[in-house]
Design a protein around this ligand. Structure first.
Ligand code: MN
Length: 505
């Protein structure tokens, strides 16, 4: 459970008009209320669904959209046209709506009452054409939205709405979010750079720099008693190596990591930050690169990016918010090294230290080993494997005139053999559609070596998120070919160059 989440609800809006008389409108309202309540009670629906009185005039529609846009709790609007709601009435409202929109195309009555159908039924159950009129104005105005089609009680309809709600929650969290960077980018690295001003304009979050000394001051203020308590907690939660345990020869290193964790958490809280980046090149005054501390802060729901990677940090935070309440963890990840045997081409994903224990298959070990780079003291870290199953890797890159979100569907597999000498947490996966196509497509798309990795989220949720954010989305999965992906990249270059003129960025 992430502690620093903002409250959020989804509004259910129904359009109609006065043509049908007050009796019909009463029925429309009652049906709409039933659908909103049915969604709200759905076991897979992650957010509260709030019924809003039906809207029948341009003034009511605009007022509802202004209210939704101004409401801090409103994370998105679901719109449904039970009857015909002439869509010119929606232009004013949709022009000012700043919240994510889902167009639910459903019908209150599941079945045609074959033997009893009359014009009253026909006049009430008009979504078949009412929603098409609404669809036209969405298309005409280039409104970002998700369209979900099907009977409103069906599980697959709930599942698709739930994914959009998760995406809307990630977006809601980003608006006004703050991320801290200790130091700057790893020297000479390209993909972790980018336009932070463009990110704040387009994506709503801000990234600000701090000296690592600011963190040291926060670490120095941590009382010993809290460090004792946290070290005892480590020993309860993990398999702590003998040398790091209380009384062990290297216990001081564990205590130092506890000091980093507590100092980091209080720093982030005091500065209202929901994620951070650091760099092994900028550690003046910190004796070791934060390992265990970063891993645990990530597990608490904060974003993280190594080597100053603020885009992956922010993306990871959004992915953790989207995954809230789902089974399976979400972590910072890096494509580290390969297995290129003819039987199976696989990726070993890891980082120098910072992999989130929410993806651990079993109780993690706490170990201390040399880092090999950075010239600092040996860092303490959690070591574990990742369970098998479907997962995604996601990367947000800045390609100059826009942000691009790339997602690769992967299958996590068990390691073919034990890895007794590998002193870091890791995951082994086979990318879809296969290793060669996936890696080539990723490279053509300019995807980073850093990703947000999730066993909880699927590609559709990230696609919904990209739609809400108005950023380019590329999926690498079943059916992807390099030739088509290259063509998609060329087409997108034209689209994004022209789309400002279409009224949609
Ligand atoms: Mn890295």
């Amino acid at each position: 459970m992430i502690s620093n989440l903002k409250p959020i609800e989804i509004w259910f809006a129904t359009g109609s008009q006065h043509l049908y008389g007050p009796e019909t409108l009463k029925q429309v309202a009652a049906h709409s209320q039933s659908i909103a309540q049915g969604l709200d009670a759905g076991p897979d629906i992650p957010l509260k669904v709030l019924f809003k009185p039906i809207v029948t005039t341009p003034e009511e529609i605009r007022a509802l959209c202004v209210e939704a846009s101004n409401s801090p709790q409103c994370g998105g609007v679901i719109a449904w046209m039970h009857t015909f709601s002439p869509a010119k009435m929606w232009i004013g409202g949709l022009s000012v709506l700043t919240k994510p929109l889902l167009h639910l195309h459903t019908q209150f009555n599941r079945d045609l009452p074959w033997g009893k159908i009359d014009m009253d039924f026909m006049n009430l159950n008009q979504a078949a054409h009412g929603d098409r009129e609404f669809g036209f104005i969405g298309a005409r105005m280039r409104i970002a939205r998700k369209v979900v089609v099907g009977y409103w009680e069906d599980g697959d309809v709930h599942a698709r709405i739930a994914r959009w709600m998760r995406a809307a929650r990630g977006w809601h969290d980003w608006q006004g979010a703050r991320f801290a960077r200790f130091g700057d980018n790893m020297r000479f690295v390209a993909v972790t750079e980018g336009d932070k001003v463009a990110a704040e304009i387009k994506l709503g979050y801000m990234v600000n720099g701090y000296g690592i000394g600011d963190l040291v001051a926060s670490m120095d203020a941590v009382p010993d008693a809290q460090i004792n308590e946290l070290c005892a907690q480590y020993e309860r939660e993990y398999e702590v190596s003998e040398e790091l345990k209380t009384g062990g020869a290297r216990h001081e290193s564990l205590r130092y990591e506890a000091r980093i964790e507590l100092g980091l958490l209080s720093f982030l809280e005091e500065n209202g930050c929901v994620g951070f980046t650091d760099s092994f090149e900028v550690l003046h005054g910190v004796q070791q690169l934060p390992g265990l501390a970063t891993q645990r802060v990530m597990a608490a729901g904060y974003g993280f990016g190594g080597e100053g990677d603020w885009k992956t940090c922010a993306l990871l935070r959004a992915m953790k918010v989207m995954a809230e309440g789902l089974d399976g963890g979400t972590s910072f990840m890096e494509d580290y090294t390969y297995h290129l045997h003819s039987d199976a081409h696989q990726v070993l994903g890891a980082h120098m230290l910072e992999i989130c224990p929410t993806i651990a298959a079993a109780r993690p070990k706490v170990e201390i080993h040399p880092l090999g780079i950075g010239g600092k003291a040996d860092p303490v870290r959690l070591v574990f494997d990742t369970p098998s199953g479907a997962a995604i890797n996601a990367s947000l890159v800045d390609v100059g005139n826009r942000f691009r979100l790339i997602v690769n569907e992967v299958e996590v597999v068990a390691p073919a053999q034990a890895l007794p000498n590998l002193p870091v947490a890791r995951a082994i996966w086979e990318p879809k559609p296969d290793f060669k196509v996936a890696a080539a497509a990723w490279i053509w798309a300019g995807g980073a070596h850093h990703t947000g990795f999730s066993l909880a989220l699927d590609a559709e949720t990230l696609e919904d998120f990209a739609e809400i954010a108005g950023v380019e989305f590329l999926l690498i999965g079943e059916g992807t070919t390099v030739r088509e992906l290259k063509q998609q990249l060329r087409t997108n270059e034209v689209y994004y160059a022209l789309s400002q003129g279409f009224g949609r960025s």
